[in-house]
Ligand binder design. Sequence first.
Ligand code: HEC
Length: 151
Amino acid sequence: MRFTLYAALFLSAATLLTACSGEVEDIRPGQPVKTRQQAFKAIIRSFEPMGVMLRGKAYDADKFLTLANELVAQRDAPWVHFGPDTNYPPTKATPEVWRLPEKFAQDRQAFIAATDTLLAAARTKDRKQLDAPYQAVYDACQGCHKTFKQR
Ligand code: HEC
């Protein structure tokens, strides 16, 4: 009797914890949702520090260039993991990814082009040339998220 009570308490605590963190495991073979989410997290780990550098006073041309190269190296990783049957929890994608594939591809292309421009600017090592292309990449992320990512 006591055992079942504890078991029940433990279970509801576990349920609460899951609900709080909002974590749903991706249990599908190959974990496409988790894999693409990790790819986006890798992208933001390169992109964010560039913004920090531009907003502060600690601009380091070599470091910035390294980050821009990293961003370009990572920019192609998420997309192959948006397979036709991969709209399931824990995805944060909207159904529009699968409903509007042409627009999704266009937004992706715009993002890729923007990262090319940012890398070219980073290579000049001229601080004054970086704000606009950084902002353009930011706008490309947001532009896609507006339609294709839940908020
Ligand atoms: C062409 C569309 C597109 C572009 C461009 C794009 N994203 Fe996303 N992003 C998505 C979609 C769709 C998801 C949701 C993926 C999922 O959960 O299945 C996402 C998810 C994310 C996540 C959440 C990962 C997680 O699970 O917590 C981050 C962070 C992110 N994107 C950052 C960025 C940044 C930074 C950029 C630009 C440098 C960017 N994205 C560009 C479509 C895009």
